[in-house]
Design a protein around this ligand. Structure first.
Ligand SMILES: [Zn+2]
Length: 296
């Protein structure tokens, strides 16, 4: 039996999620690798999404799968391969955007959550979460245009809580973060240090902060904590517990936007798509989520 067939069959057995091994399997060239999809895989993903996501949201995703703009794929190997070849693979999430298409990597979802059979609810949530990440690369200007005011609200609530801000704070201060993150995605700038990204914001906010110097929690200490946390490598951040002050500020921002809380890892600090991904998980029919999906 061909290696691929055996692999697909193995997953099929483990996941109770038939991909139709050997039948109608389509190969997809991807950064020098070969990924695989099949009609059966697509139909199964569609079924899960239909069952677990609100109608408005699921209708857009299903249409996008039908017209080939969203492609659920299996990787040849799993998470170990991803970690070892991470640099080469250039993907920061469980999905990737290429040539206007959104690829969703299915077997990595399986490995990440150690599923013995597919948790369809989880799968649907992840597909939606990853789609938000991918869409910021498909049409970055449209993505930012739709979500610009949402990002401003997020950062304003975040920093108001984090630095105990008082008074009227201009939204303009937070433009800086959004602009830097935009330039990173479009590749206008290849690299920012987090000091570059956050220094101007902290400087502009200092006069509004009602933190009392010499107490346990100082402005300088909070600045240092935020930069240090953002500076960790991806793997380090993933296993590291998010500092409580950052987590509280982040939760306050999500409660403001969605009325719900989250256990995200703090990726919002460098990846604006994360804000929308988390909003989508808490409120899959949030107006911004629907508008963003329409970019597909
Ligand atoms: Zn994410």
């Amino acid at each position: 039996m061909h290696k691929l067939d055996r692999y697909l069959q193995e997953i099929q057995k483990k996941m109770f999620y038939p991909v139709g091994a050997g039948k109608g399997v389509e190969q997809i060239p991807f950064e020098g690798k070969t990924l695989y999809t099949s009609q059966i895989l697509k139909e199964n993903v569609k079924k899960s999404i239909q069952k677990y996501l609100p109608k408005q949201t699921s209708a857009i995703i299903i249409k996008a799968i039908d017209n080939g703009k969203v492609v659920p794929v299996f990787l040849t190997k799993g998470i170990v391969d991803y970690i070892i070849k991470r640099k080469k693979f250039k993907s920061h999430s469980l999905g990737a955007a290429r040539e206007g298409k959104a690829f969703i990597f299915i077997d990595r979802l399986y490995e990440r959550f150690k599923l013995t059979s597919v948790n369809e609810k989880k799968l649907s949530d992840i597909v939606l979460h990853e789609l938000m990440h991918v869409i910021d690369h498909i049409d970055t200007p449209a993505f930012f245009k739709i979500n610009y005011s949402l990002f401003l609200v997020f950062w304003k609530v975040f920093f108001t809580k984090y630095l105990d801000l008082k008074g009227t704070i201009s939204n303009k201060i937070f433009n800086h973060i959004i602009k830097d993150q935009f330039n990173l995605i479009i590749g206008k700038k290849r690299f920012f240090t987090f000091e570059e990204m956050y220094d101007p914001v902290f400087k502009a906010l200092e006069k509004y902060s009602s933190l009392i110097p010499d107490r346990e929690k100082t402005f300088e200490l909070l600045y240092k904590d935020l930069i240090e946390f953002a500076d960790k490598t991806y793997a380090e951040r993933f296993v590291r517990i998010i500092p409580a002050d950052i987590a509280d500020a982040k939760n306050a921002a999500y409660v403001k936007i969605t009325k719900g809380k989250t256990e995200s890892f703090g990726q919002e600090l460098w990846n604006p798509g994360e804000i929308l991904s988390v909003v989508a998980e808490i409120t899959p029919n949030h107006p911004n989520v629907i508008k963003t999906l329409k970019i597909l």
